[in-house]
Design a protein around this ligand. Structure first.
Ligand SMILES: Cc1cc2nc3c(=O)[nH]c(=O)nc-3n(C[C@H](O)[C@H](O)[C@H](O)COP(=O)(O)OP(=O)(O)OC[C@H]3O[C@@H](n4cnc5c(N)ncnc54)[C@H](O)[C@@H]3O)c2cc1C
Length: 468
């Protein structure tokens, strides 16, 4: 993709968006469509942030295209284009396999009701009431109930049911049983709407289509441009410093993590003590590890499902899922249908992980731990695809350090912040007029759908500020 070289940038824009994650891209697109001049600055050479891909040995590996809710259909049509919407397709075979149960599901409400009643033998009235409660949750609800309390209320002592309901959500946004039930309810209901979806053509095609759309709408895009500072003067945003140059704008939208935005880009001096005391309570979410397997051209395997939630741990535990030697991982299986123009078989194993476990290792131990992780994934994958070792020609792996390096996110966080981050992100422009934040916060604003929808919300705030 050809973007604008750094030395051709203007000295002034209406808005500067820092970062090209799905939230930043969407916000930039909306603002350009509203008639504002928009500069999008991305430190990496590629757009997309965590919605990314890489090429190795003739394979294309997707990093975060494992599944998103049906809501993406409407969101992409409304805020991007019909062409993007038309490539969204359902993943129909979601597999769970663990010591407590093995099953295949479409991960939709109807199918979950069937499973809960017929396989887990939960009374229909309890199932109905559970879904009624979860569907009815909204942001303004009482936030004192935790997900653990929610599950104990409906399914006391049923750790198998807790696992069915919670394990996928912990992978999807890092949440635990001890967080507000609302964070669980909103994300679970989104998926239960109609199941799990993917983008035909892969992440590269989606981001390419988004980049075309942005350029068509007049957004100036510059990659390899790491913003060093958001300039705040007399309590107002003036612009950014990037590669030793000041570019002015009355509105700056940071898609960098909220912790980076406040601690490093704007700097703590720009904020009031009251705001900082609230900000200091914000906890970032966990990170991830991944192992990518590319299958030699000409080889393949039978359909084993699209997304496999696997574990050999006796019971669900979000702590166990973050351990370096976790026994819990998802396998996303990509068949030739994923990229009809580039037919290929790849498998991506994903695990939740803590940055601290990996960041402090010396080089040799780090390399050894990565190898051990690859081997654990191989052993597990062989249970589903016998003989896979002989078919793989490329193996790559990523740890929290990798995610930190490519996105600059604090502790390589995969899903932004815990719940407290939402209030900080939503109120930053009241603290510093002209400074906005978009991107994964508060669990519910993360994931592909959450990030895009949040991009729209923040674009509306910026538009009001620029016109105000
Ligand atoms: C392993 C993994 C698997 C996932 N799987 C799924 C999934 O299956 N389904 C799903 O819905 N979600 C998934 N997610 C989550 C989803 O990818 C993210 O929530 C979403 O893409 C985040 O978008 P964002 O707008 O918050 O920005 P991010 O993607 O976090 O991007 C932020 C951007 O800002 C840039 N940036 C930061 N600082 C600067 C700076 N100073 N100057 C310039 N640029 C800067 C970064 O380089 C980056 O491009 C997954 C995430 C991970 C890590």
């Amino acid at each position: 993709m050809n973007f604008t070289p750094f030395d051709r940038l203007n000295d002034k824009y209406d808005t500067i968006v820092i970062g090209s994650g799905l939230g930043g891209l969407t916000c930039a697109n909306r603002l350009a469509r509203a008639g504002h001049s928009v500069l999008l600055l991305e430190h990496h050479i590629q757009l997309g942030g965590l919605a990314t891909w890489f090429k190795r040995g003739g394979h294309i590996f997707d990093v975060s295209l494992h599944g998103f809710p049906y809501g993406m259909v409407k969101t992409c049509k409304k805020y991007w284009s019909k062409e993007i919407r038309d490539s969204i397709v359902q993943l129909k075979n979601i597999v769970f396999d663990n010591p407590q149960f093995s099953l295949t599901t479409t991960f939709s409400k109807d199918d979950f009701i069937r499973l809960l009643e017929e396989k887990f033998l939960i009374k229909p009235s309890v199932v109905t009431e559970f879904f009624r409660t979860v569907d009815g949750m909204n942001f303004y609800d009482d936030r004192s109930m935790t997900t653990r309390e929610l599950f104990d209320r409906f399914f006391p002592g049923r750790s198998d049911v807790h696992r069915l309901l919670m394990e996928p959500i912990t992978y999807a946004n890092g949440s635990t049983l001890d967080e507000p039930a609302i964070t669980y309810g909103i994300v679970f209901s989104n998926f239960m709407n109609r199941g799990v979806y993917t983008f035909e053509g892969g992440t590269d095609r989606l981001i390419g289509m988004m980049a075309d759309e942005l350029q068509k709408n007049g957004v100036t895009i510059c990659t390899g441009a790491k913003v060093d500072r958001i300039v705040v003067d007399n309590g107002k945003v003036r612009g950014v410093e990037v590669r030793g140059r000041m570019i002015q704008a009355p509105a700056v939208v940071s898609n960098s993590g909220i912790t980076n935005t406040i601690d490093n880009l704007a700097g703590r001096d720009a904020f009031s003590d009251d705001f900082l005391s609230r900000f200091d309570r914000v906890k970032v979410n966990n990170s991830s590890c991944q192992v990518y397997f590319g299958i030699r051209r000409g080889e393949g395997f039978d359909d084993v499902g699209d997304l496999l939630f696997t574990s050999t741990a006796e019971e669900f535990s979000s702590e166990e899922m973050r351990k370096m030697d976790t026994k819990s991982r998802t396998f996303s299986v990509y068949y030739p249908k994923t990229r009809p123009d580039h037919p290929d078989y790849t498998v991506v194993a994903s695990m939740n992980a803590d940055f601290e476990d990996w960041a402090g290792l010396d080089e040799e131990t780090y390399a050894r731990e990565k190898e051990a992780m690859v081997e654990r994934c191989f052993v597990d994958l062989e249970r589903y695809i016998p003989g896979i070792r002989d078919k793989v020609d490329i193996i790559e792996s990523a740890t929290p350090k990798t995610f930190n390096r490519y996105t600059l996110h604090t502790r390589g966080t995969s899903f932004g912040t815990k719940f407290e981050g939402l209030d900080i992100s939503r109120s930053i422009f009241k603290e510093i007029p002209g400074l906005f934040h978009v991107g994964s916060v508060g669990i519910i604003m993360s994931g592909w759908l959450g990030a895009i929808n949040y991009g729209v919300i923040v674009a509306n705030d910026v538009d009001a500020h620029l016109r105000g």
